[in-house]
Design a protein around this ligand. Structure first.
Ligand code: FCB
Length: 433
């Protein structure tokens, strides 16, 4: 596998999934605090109250990142630490991220910062959350505060993580915070998330910060289950919903024309100038990749997801590495030229600790196979700049709580002990080769 010298190898996490310290140093409540404490929403009633206690153990964790030998660490800033009620600034929250960034820089690790990885201040949710257009403006103000405080220390900025998940899982079907279930309005939430991205991007450009900025999308290639025209059309629709609904406005300044239902849902929310903001030039696109989907048409011609053909991970997600290659080439061809990063890729498996060791051969194979497809894409001319493993640590996996382990480093949630899994040892030797 050939990678350029300056290819960025990294590992990723997100604030609510690892930090804990949910009520310390003035942190406000987030929609995930509220959601996880609502009975029946998260498996076993797990919450992020303590998580990996990273807020207190960040120095130890940075030492682990250094030991791992990666170039960059992607983490997210918790908006409710910076602005507990969504507007007023809490200096202690800023101080935490300054300490973290200092520690990273001292260790020679480039900080890649996500501004929104799903932990909206609950106070803003009370005003409608992402269904309220003002939330995009609050996001801009929050982003500007973080740019101003950390701007000269961060290597790359990611405005939003996976707006599809925030909008559809959070407001469309309610399996994520804030737990609202109304599909038509989830298109509005998606628009406001994208608008928040556009506004933050515009503000950022005025500051002349010498770092790169982009957005991260979860792109899932949709393959038709057969060559029947109805299946092909259904797969195209599923692609419109999952992928093009975000790619098109960002790169082409328009929602996809064939998505007529989505267009009628979003129309009232789109104001003049929004799409110009949303399609402001970005420096890179972040792609989170886990799996593909197999799609067929039901009797009404609507897309339905078929059972996977090959082995699945503990999430039930099919392991289909070739689709990462297909996706990278497709994004490059349809939306390029644009530098790409894989900002998340990884797998959950049931890990067992035996004699202090975690022999997670399946996770290691998953990573190796996907990295091989990334190399193939590079060879095919795709400007791929880096790859981040999801995740550095086992952590709070949203609606699955601590029941799904994605880390390459094992976390004992009773003692907070961390243990390098075999996959981490392999990644360590791979990135240092
Ligand atoms: C992505 C999320 C990330 C993690 C992985 C498994 O959708 O961005 O926080 O939960 O899935």
């Amino acid at each position: 596998m050939k990678f350029p010298e300056d290819f960025v190898w990294g590992a990723a996490t997100a604030s609510y999934q690892i930090e804990g310290a949910f009520d310390e140093d003035g942190r406000g409540e987030s929609i995930w605090d509220r959601f996880s404490k609502t009975p029946g929403k998260v498996l076993h009633g797990h919450t992020g109250d303590v998580a990996c206690d990273h807020y207190h153990l960040y120095k130890e964790d940075v030492a682990l990142i250094k030991e791992l030998g990666v170039d960059s660490y992607r983490f997210s800033v918790a908006w409710p630490r910076i602005m507990p009620e969504g507007d007023r600034v809490n200096q202690k929250g800023i101080d935490f991220y300054k300490r973290l960034v200092d520690e990273l820089l001292k260790s020679g690790i480039a900080p890649a910062v996500t501004l929104y990885h799903w932990d909206l201040p609950q106070a803003l949710e009370e005003q409608g959350g992402w269904l309220n257009r003002d939330t995009a403006k609050y996001f801009r103000d929050y982003a500007m505060t973080v740019f101003a405080k950390l701007g000269d220390t961060v290597t790359s900025w990611i405005t939003m993580n996976e707006p599809w998940c925030s909008a559809f899982l959070g407001y469309g079907i309610g399996v994520h915070a804030p737990g609202k279930a109304d599909i038509p309005s989830s298109f509005v939430a998606a628009h406001h998330l994208l608008l928040g991205h556009g506004l933050a991007l515009q503000g950022y450009r005025q500051l002349n910060i010498p770092a790169e900025i982009g957005i991260t999308l979860n792109l899932t290639p949709q393959y038709a289950v057969s060559t029947r025209p109805a299946d092909a059309l259904a797969a195209r629709k599923a692609d419109g919903f999952q992928n093009r609904w975000y790619l098109d406005p960002i790169f082409r300044g328009a929602y996809p024309e064939d998505m007529t239902e989505g267009l009628s849902c979003v129309a009232p929310a789109v104001k003049g100038g929004d799409l110009e903001l949303i399609s402001g030039p970005i420096d890179f696109l972040g792609i989170n990749f886990y799996t593909r989907a197999l799609v067929s048409a039901d009797e009404q011609g609507q897309p339905q997801t078929e059972q996977p053909e090959r082995e699945v991970t503990a999430m039930g997600w099919e392991v289909y590495p070739e689709s990462l290659f297909d996706l990278l080439v497709r994004v490059h061809t349809d939306y390029g030229p644009i530098p790409l990063y894989i900002t998340e890729n990884g797998a959950a498996y049931e890990d067992a600790v035996e004699d202090g060791r975690i022999r997670d051969t399946k996770r290691q194979a998953y990573l190796e196979q996907h990295i091989a497809q990334a190399a193939r894409a590079l060879e095919a001319g795709v400007p791929l700049r880096g790859y981040y493993v999801w995740s550095l640590l086992d952590n709070f996996e949203w609606a699955f709580g601590y029941e799904r382990r994605f880390g390459i480093i094992y976390v004992d949630f009773d003692t907070q002990e961390r243990i390098f899994k075999d996959s981490a040892r392999w990644y360590q030797s791979f990135v240092r080769r």
